[in-house]
Structure formats: C-alpha cells, structure tokens
Design a protein around this ligand. Structure first.
Ligand SMILES: Cc1ncc(COP(=O)(O)O)c(C=O)c1O
Length: 451
C-alpha cells in the first residue's frame, strides 16, 4: 500500500493521466504557455515576440529544462501509437531526446519564427544541420548546384565527403551569373541549389528571389545558409525552401556553444525525424536540451545585437575606405551587391556585422592582425563570428584553407583577405582609435591606396 501511495504522489504531476490520449485539464494547467496570434510575418523581431512563450513548470518566466533522455507513458498502447507516428510532439508526446525534446522544440519554434518558416529543428552544430539537409534531400547519384563562395567546411563537404561517401556530386557556380546557375541545373537529377545569403568570407550577397525562381522552374529545392545575416535577411520569406544556420555565431553571440538549425516546412522537419529515413533521427546530431535552454534566452536580444554589429561595421567600413584601405562591405554603396542587399534586407537592422579588408598578402594581413590584437587591443585573432568582441582571421589560411588555390581564386579570396566580425564591446570611438593606432603602427604606406 505504501508503494501504491508513493506511486500516486509521483504520478500526480504527470501530463497525461490515464490511458486517454486527449489533453486533460491537469495537462493544460501544467503546460502553461501563452500562444499569441501572430500577424502575417513582416519582421523577424515581431515574429519572435508573437511566438508562443513557454513558462517554467512552477510559473517561472523561463521554460524549465526538460533534461530527460527518455519519457514515460501511462499505457503500453500509447508507446505503440507514438512509434507508429499517431501521437507526436504537437500533442506533447515525446519518445526519446535524440528524437524531439520539449526544450529543443521550444528553441526550434523560436528559430522558425525568426526565419518565418513553418517549422524548424535544432542540431548540435551548423555543419550537422547542413550535412543532414543534403542527406535528406539527395540520394546516392543525386546532384547539387552550389555557390563557389561558401564556408570552407561546407565546400569540403560538397567537394570531397559527399561524392566519396554518398555518390552525391556538386557543380560549383558563380551565383551572380544566372545563366551559369541555370546551365548547371540538370533537370531530373539536380536536387538542391545551395548558397549562403551573404557569403563567407567574401560577403557576396545572393539574389534570393531570382535564384529561387530559376531553381523552382526546374523543380529544384533551394537551401540557404543564413549564418552571416540573421535578422538582416529572411531567405525563406524571399522564396527559399530551407534555411540553415550555424547558431554558434550571431544567434548564440557568446562564442560559447556549437549549435545549428534547419528551418523549413513541417514536412521536411518531420521527414528528418522519421524513424526509418530521417537524417536527424538516424545520424543523431540533434541538440542537447541544456544547450537549447541557454540559447533560447539569447534570441530575444538578437535584433538589438545585430543592429549594433551592423552599425559599427558600416561606420568602420566607411572610415576605412576614406583612409584608402581596400574594404569589402555590402553596406557600402559601391559594393557590387549593395542594391540587391538593400532590396531584400529587413528594415532597420543594417547590412551585416562583418567586413573584410584586403591586405593583398598574407604577411601584411598577419601584421595588421598582430597590431590590432597585441598592440592596440582592437580585437582578437580567432575564427568564428558574431561575438561581442571583434574577431579577425585571414580567411585564405584559416576558415577557407580547405579550398585549393584555384578554388580560392574563383571564390574571390585573396591571400591577404582579413575577415573582421565587428563586436560591440567598448565604445565605437574607443575601438576606432585602436584601429587607427594599429594602422599607423604598421607604417606601411603601400597599404593605403589612393582612390
Ligand atoms: C557560413 C557558415 N555556415 C556553417 C558553418 C558551420 O557551423 P558550425 O561551426 O556551427 O558547425 C560555419 C562555420 O564557420 C559558417 O561560417
């Protein structure tokens, strides 16, 4: 009897009393969430604020962390129905946390709101989001048309790994050359057109609506990596089928987590979780609930952070150009993609928080970064981006080193290209004087080209 009594106490808080699968009153109280009724999507911050707010188990303003790997059921029949796909997370039925987890699902809903997609699911890294999407959308013998200018890891995945391991091949193209894109698509064979909304590291901006038109005319799905431009660009609202993210960058903002997301139609997300064919379920790179909890608190201030990253990047790019430096920044009017970026960008976020300076040789690039970090403390020599401190790296010898010399040349990556992810710590003028001081310390007049 004592055991039965204990059992009663333990089970009182369970969300699904009895064998009935309908939602009881207890469940509704326990659930405690505010579902807003979003207006038609017009801005990422507005969409985030209109998405469901999940409260903690005891009324906490933050959701509780559902750290469990596995979930109980009241009746064996429920388990069978969950595995048969009849009961799922939409009705608060969870199987196992490599599959859907409530805390990860909460962050995923935020990601779907951010990108204006029907659904999303979060992964353990940006690369796992990207590779899982390719493996879901392509089969052996499949074909991808991809931008020449991609993050080095993605380029290597498409150039080396997918052909060897999966017989999936890629044709690389210049995304500004629409005829080349059209010509590379093989109808009936090409599955995916893949590009970065703003490319790493060259900051080329893809014309999302035009590229989607080309791909969709030929029955090809468009997958866009929006890692460089969350809030600034919303590729799914411009026609893309799927948006992938490395959350490790701006969305995290703390340079303290590796994470990713796939945002797209519910049918795709569900297919990726399928028990027989799902790339996320079967390869297993879903996110840990504790990581999801930490990241979900950062989405609400992503818009504020992006505005400051973008504002400072524009100010520094403008001033650096005036000094005669070879600056690449799509917020500058003379950037070849400025007009297309302006036509697509969400209002009032700016034009991206990253700028590049072409120092022409690796030696000069390294000297500049050395002074900026070790002499004036303008920023840190480190890969990655989206941190509150400025991060600098010479792309050709770091994050694009997977590409050979010819591939780098085709992508427009000069050996002296310094990528700077502009931070927002300190004051804008304090940081600018550190930058100026480092430049004058270089005492290299050949840096400053007379324009
Ligand atoms: C544009 C872009 N996409 C994807 C990735 C991969 O993301 P992660 O490091 O989170 O796997 C990176 C990483 O540098 C990136 O810059």
């Amino acid at each position: 009897m004592a055991e039965a009594g204990l059992h009663n106490v333990v089970l009182q808080g369970k969300k699904r009393p009895g064998s009935d699968d309908t939602d009881g009153d207890d469940f509704m109280v326990a659930k405690k969430s505010m579902a807003f009724h979003p207006n038609p999507w017009e801005d990422p911050a507005a969409a985030l604020a209109s998405s469901r707010h999940e409260f903690g188990e005891h009324g906490g303003v933050n959701m509780s962390i559902e750290a469990s790997a596995t979930f109980t059921v009241m009746e064996p029949e429920t388990m069978r129905r969950m595995f048969a796909g009849e009961l799922g997370p939409d009705r608060d039925f969870f199987i196992y946390s490599r599959h859907f987890n409530p805390t990860v699902l909460n962050l995923s809903r935020q990601m779907a709101a951010l990108e204006g997609t029907e659904a999303a699911y979060c992964t353990s890294s940006g690369m796992s989001a990207i590779s899982s999407v390719f493996l879901q959308l392509c089969s052996s013998g499949g074909h991808v048309v991809a931008s020449r200018s991609l993050y080095g890891g993605t380029h290597a995945l498409l150039t080396h790994f997918l052909p060897r391991a999966c017989n999936i091949t890629t044709t690389f193209v210049d995304m500004r050359d629409f005829e080349m894109v059209k010509g590379a698509i093989v109808e009936g064979k090409t599955n995916v057109l893949y590009f970065e909304s703003m490319s790493n590291p060259t900051l080329a901006v893809a014309s999302v609506p035009e590229l989607c038109r080309i791909a969709h005319d030929k029955g090809v799905k468009v997958v866009v990596d929006n890692t460089f431009a969350p809030m600034v660009l919303s590729p799914a609202r411009l026609g893309a089928d799927v948006v992938v993210h490395s959350i490790s960058k701006y969305i995290s903002g703390g340079a303290d987590a590796i994470a990713g997301a796939v945002c797209g139609p519910a049918s795709l997300v569900n297919s990726m979780m399928d028990l027989h064919q799902g790339a996320l379920m079967l390869l297993g790179p879903t996110m840990n609930a504790k990581v999801a909890f930490e990241l979900s608190a950062r989405l609400p201030h992503l818009g504020l952070r992006m505005k400051e990253h973008c504002h400072r990047a524009l100010v520094y790019a403008t001033r650096m150009k005036k000094l005669g430096l070879k600056v690449i920044y799509p917020g500058l009017e003379d950037h070849p993609d400025h007009a297309v970026l302006k036509s697509m960008a969400n209002k009032e976020y700016g034009y991206g928080g990253i700028l590049c300076v072409d120092m022409e040789t690796e030696e000069r690039a390294n000297r500049l970064m050395h002074y900026l970090q070790n002499y004036t403390q303008f920023g840190l020599m480190a890969v990655s981006l989206g941190y509150y401190e400025t991060l600098m790296s010479c792309s050709g010898s770091s994050t694009s080193s997977e590409m050979n010399e010819e591939e780098k040349a085709l992508a427009g990556i000069s050996p002296g290209l310094v990528r700077m992810s502009i931070g927002y710590s300190g004051t804008l003028e304090q940081r600018w004087s550190q930058l100026e001081k480092a430049l004058s310390r270089m005492q290299d007049s050949t840096l400053l080209q007379k324009n």
